[in-house]
Ligand binder design. Structure first.
Ligand code: HEM
Length: 101
């Protein structure tokens, strides 16, 4: 399964979409609104989401992408309901099964 991450840090906040960056805790040497892109492996069963774990729904965390990720959030929100549902269905399918041995 692909990783679905670039493993890089991104500014995830802008003036309109900023709920992921209102951080109280400082990160060493890194701005408070810049975060590593997590891999989406297993994301179908790893709620809650975001570095604070305060988003219960996949739809909510996607809508919270601002800054450098704003284009992806806007493209998602511009989809019709069936389109958004299929993105969520795809993400829910990314589940890592425990090895059965
Ligand atoms: C449609 C495209 C995208 C989808 C479906 C998506 C989905 C997600 C999901 C589900 C999470 C939460 C993961 C978790 O908490 O385990 C997440 C977090 C994150 N995403 Fe995306 N993402 C997309 C595009 C992007 C882009 C283009 C960027 C960067 C330019 C980006 C950067 C990030 C970052 C930095 C986080 C971590 C936020 C935090 O720590 O609170 N994402 N994304």
């Amino acid at each position: 399964m692909p990783l679905f991450s670039d493993l890089k840090r991104h500014l995830i906040v802008d003036s309109e979409v900023n709920s992921l960056g209102n951080e109280l805790q400082a990160q060493r040497f890194v701005e408070r609104d810049v975060f590593l892109t997590p891999r989406l492996w297993g994301v179908g069963s790893t709620a809650p989401y975001g570095h604070r774990g305060d988003f219960r729904m996949l739809d909510e965390i996607i809508a919270a992408h601002g800054g450098e990720a704003r284009f992806a959030r806007d493209a998602y929100l511009a989809l019709d309901k069936p389109g958004r549902d299929s993105v969520i269905a795809f993400l829910r399918s990314l589940i890592i099964e425990a090895p059965n041995d």
